[in-house]
Design a protein. Structure first.
Length: 320
C-alpha cells in the first residue's frame, strides 16, 4: 500500500482545513519613524515603501493601518538635536511624546508602543552613557527609566526597551510603578543580537554608532543558550512581552524562547530582511509578495505570537 499524504493537499479548501499555522493582521505591529516638521512624508531610500513622517502625517498613517485591521504601531523618533546623554528623548514635547499624544487623541484604541533607547538621541550614537570610552550600564538605567515614564505620560500603552543594558526592565518597571503608570506594559527586546541586518534602520533612525560597535551589549550571533537566559531574566524583571530580534536568521531562537516562555513572544522582521526582499523584487528576481508572505508565516510557525514588520500594511492587503 502507498501512503498518500497528498490527499490532504488536493485542493485549496482541504489545504485550508488542515493548515497548521495561520497568519492574521492582528499579529502585526507596524514600526514607524517620526520626525519634526509638518506635512512630511519622506521616502527612506534603503527601505522602499517606508517613510519619515511628521506628527500630522504619522497620525494619518496610523489611521490607515488601523483601517486595514492592524492593531498596533511601534514609534521611533528622529530628534532635532542630540547630545551626550540623549536628553531630547525624555523631553515633554519630544517628537515621540508628541506623536503618541496625537495618535491616542485620534485613535484611542490603537495600541501604541514606543522604542526606549538613547542611540537615536545621543551625539555618539551608542545606546547609553559613555564613560571611559565604554557604555556605562548602571548610569544608563536611570535615563532609560526617565524616558519610559515620559512616554507613559504621553499615553503609550507599552514601552519597548531596545538598549540591552542589564537590569533595564526592572529599572523601568519600578519607575512606572512609582509614577502610577501601573497599566503601562513593557515589550522587552529581550534577545537582541549584534546583527548585520540592522543597516537600513540605522540610516532611517540616524542611529549608527560614532565609534566602535554594539557587540559589548548586544548578543553574539553564535549564542543560543544565552538567549534563554536573557529571556528568563526579562520575564523575572517584569516584562509583559519579550522579543527576539532579528527574526529570520534566528527562527531557532524564536522557537527556543517560545518553549520556555509563559508570556507572549514577539519577533522583529528587521529592516535588512525587508530591504533584501524589496531589492530582489525590484530586480525581478523574486515575487516579492509571495516571498513576503512566506517569510511572515515562517516567523509565526517558529512560535512568534506577534510580528513587528515593515511589511504590515502590504501583508494586510494580501490577507484581505
Amino acid at each position: 500500500m502507498i501512503i498518500r499524504p497528498r490527499r490532504l493537499r488536493r485542493n485549496p479548501v482541504i489545504r485550508e482545513m488542515v493548515r497548521e499555522t495561520s497568519l492574521s493582521v492582528k499579529d502585526f505591529i507596524a514600526p514607524l519613524f517620526v520626525k519634526y516638521g509638518k506635512g512630511r512624508k519622506e521616502p527612506i531610500p534603503s527601505m522602499p515603501g517606508q517613510f519619515h513622517f511628521s506628527v500630522d502625517t504619522v497620525v494619518k498613517e496610523a489611521e490607515e493601518l488601523w483601517s486595514s485591521g492592524i492593531p498596533s504601531i511601534l514609534l521611533f523618533g528622529v530628534p532635532e538635536y542630540k547630545d551626550s546623554t540623549g536628553s531630547s528623548s525624555w523631553a515633554e514635547d519630544g517628537i515621540v511624546q508628541r506623536a503618541v499624544s496625537e495618535i491616542k487623541n485620534h485613535l484611542p484604541d490603537m495600541v501604541v508602543i514606543t522604542d526606549v533607547c538613547l542611540c537615536e538621541y545621543t551625539d555618539h550614537g551608542h545606546c547609553g552613557i559613555i564613560k571611559n570610552g565604554d557604555v556605562d550600564n548602571d548610569s544608563t538605567l536611570e535615563l532609560l527609566a526617565i524616558q519610559a515614564v515620559s512616554h507613559a505620560k504621553a499615553g503609550a500603552d507599552f514601552v519597548a526597551p531596545s538598549d540591552m543594558m542589564d537590569g533595564r526592565v526592572s529599572s523601568i518597571r519600578n519607575a512606572l510603578e512609582n509614577g502610577n503608570f501601573t497599566g503601562t506594559g513593557i515589550l522587552s527586546y529581550a534577545v537582541k543580537y549584534a546583527s548585520a541586518f540592522y543597516g537600513p534602520f540605522r540610516e532611517a533612525a540616524d542611529s549608527a554608532p560614532g565609534f566602535g560597535d554594539r557587540r559589548g551589549y548586544q548578543m553574539d550571533p553564535a549564542n543560543a543558550l544565552e538567549a534563554l537566559r536573557e529571556a528568563e531574566l526579562d520575564i523575572e524583571e517584569g516584562a509583559d512581552i519579550i522579543m527576539v530580534k532579528p527574526a529570520l536568521p534566528y527562527l531557532d531562537i524564536v522557537r527556543n524562547v517560545r518553549e520556555i516562555s509563559l508570556i507572549p513572544v514577539a519577533a522583529y522582521n528587521v529592516s535588512g530582511e525587508y530591504a533584501m526582499v524589496k531589492a530582489a523584487d525590484m530586480k525581478g528576481w523574486i515575487d516579492g509578495k509571495k516571498v513576503m508572505m512566506e517569510m511572515l508565516i515562517s516567523i509565526k510557525r517558529a512560535g512568534a505570537d506577534l510580528i513587528l514588520t515593515y511589511f504590515a500594511k502590504e501583508a494586510a492587503l494580501e490577507l484581505g
